[in-house]
Design a protein around this ligand. Structure first.
Ligand SMILES: [Zn+2]
Length: 221
């Protein structure tokens, strides 16, 4: 919270860009430990860590009618972009609305790069508030910042998750080390299907076939 500069009793509903590598470097923390901590905080419904988010671009009109008319007179080159924005996304006059640069590009008969330039210029002039597409990792806060003393992580649920995780890893290791039985049948049994037959194509099944063909007795079920 300090790193992201979120004051006490606020933060809920906020998206913050979060560069895990930079964070680990700044505090000399182990990357895997930080990842695991984020996961725990996610499971406690405190936040959501979005590694590859996709937040579409948004626009909200800031300028009033009179300012807008004056601005259009002074910047005729940006007038088409303003007009198309107002015509295509009616809501922009009173709230941030999701916009699609490609749609604007088609309507304005410009390429997307040029449309983005227009939007940035309008943003710079405080005519609109423009939030570009976001693809950087984000943390989305589900609750307000609490003091360290008030941060409660349910130890029973935490231990249960840990045990379940250990059990899953145990099963995975068992699968990897499976000495001779069919891997596909092992998976089917794991998911509750005890009646599945040998697949005939996994490495263990193939090895068995091969050794049978060679006249030796392979693994028998
Ligand atoms: Zn098999």
């Amino acid at each position: 919270m300090n790193y992201l500069q979120i004051p006490a009793s606020s933060g809920s509903g906020r998206y913050c860009e979060f560069d895990l590598s930079a964070f680990c470097k700044a505090f000399r923390l182990d990357r895997q430990a930080v990842s695991a901590t984020l996961k725990t905080l996610e499971q406690e419904d405190l936040l959501a860590y979005l590694e590859q988010p996709f937040l579409p671009a948004r626009v909200q009109l800031l300028a009033g009618r009179r300012t807008l008319t004056a601005f259009e007179t002074d910047h005729p080159g940006l007038k088409p972009a303003i007009e198309v924005l107002l015509r295509t996304y009616e809501g922009v006059v009173d709230r941030p609305v999701v916009i699609y640069e490609r749609q604007l590009a088609a309507l304005l008969k410009k390429d997307s790069g040029k449309v983005e330039e227009d939007l940035i210029r309008l943003h710079g002039a405080r005519v609109i508030e423009y939030t570009p597409i976001k693809r950087e990792p984000l943390i989305y806060f589900l609750r307000d910042r609490v003091t360290a003393e008030d941060l409660y992580i349910d130890p029973i649920a935490y231990r249960k998750r840990k045990e379940q995780y250990a059990a899953r890893i145990g099963k995975m290791l068992e699968y990897l080390r499976l000495p001779g039985g069919c891997r596909s049948r092992f998976l089917a049994a794991y998911f509750g299907d005890e009646k599945a037959g040998d697949c005939g194509i996994c490495d263990n099944c193939l090895r068995r076939k091969k050794s049978k063909a060679a006249g030796t007795t392979g693994y028998t079920v």
